[in-house]
Write a protein that binds this ligand. Sequence first.
Ligand code: G3H
Ligand code: 13P
Ligand code: ZN
Length: 313
Amino acid sequence: MPLVSTKKMFEKAYEGGYAIGAFNVNNMEIIQGITEAAKEVNAPLILQVSAGARKYANHTYLVKLVEAAIQETGLPIALHLDHGDTFELCKSCIDGGFTSVMIDGSHHSFEENIELTKKVVDYAHERGVTVEGELGRLAGIEDAVSVSEKDACFTDPDQVEEFVKRTGVDSLAIAIGTSHGAFKFKGEAQLRFDILEEIQRRMPGYPIVLHGASSVMPEYVEMINKFGGSMPGAKGVPEDMLRKAASLAVCKINIDSDLRLALTGTIRKYFAENPSHFDPRQYLSPARQAIKEVVKHKLVHVLGCDGKANEVL
Ligand code: G3H
Ligand code: 13P
Ligand code: ZN
């Protein structure tokens, strides 16, 4: 089974009212935790690599690890560039075997975003690779993507149709109130479902992507706080909101922070309970297991894509 693009995944997800999980990967244990979970529930997967991940782990290592996961699981998996910010980065990932790329031109003007996105789409489509664009800006802070909260702006449905038509982009990430990282909402969580529904009304069948979709699972925040960490006020997107988004036009839901929290919480707990241990296999095994449990929970109870792998094969 070779790597697949996201085309058929999104067609089936849209039809079926579910979403594909797009999980960020940085090393072998994270890839194993995610793919073992998907194998157990027979779910299609998107494994995504940021520029930072590529710098940390090396392009070739990540591609080979993902190929190994396909060999082990037989699942349909897309290898996707997360938040590509230049044509050159997208090209390098396409040339290097990725089956999907994101070109995030959301910090550019509308016209510049169109120009950049179209250039990536033209290059990618000639090579059978799918492209995700972004319109609107998410709040929050992450390593490579930093947008202050007051700069955040929701996606304007008036612009979406023109953007998609002029670029030919295969899917679109929109800003409806989610943000990256572990501190998403100060008060009550609110998402602009009216914007999502308006986009869906104007463009039926078109796949939408939701970034910043970690729920910031309280059990792992509590674990971090209990075992020497400090994350007061960490708060994510409620899972019922994600389920609702998945039942609408959202076909791809991006989750990274929840995996980071599970991994870090579990390792903190491990060292608190075993202060003299120093074999990495001892603390990475429960961390990998925690990632597996989180991903299984997301696939079955949040995204609804369990049992759907065969639809894509
Ligand atoms: O949205 C981005 C992901 O959480 C990846 O973050 O750039 O720190 O790898 P990163
Ligand atoms: P979280 O920080 O909510 O996990 O979002 C990840 C993401 O959008 C990756 O592109
Ligand atoms: Zn993102």
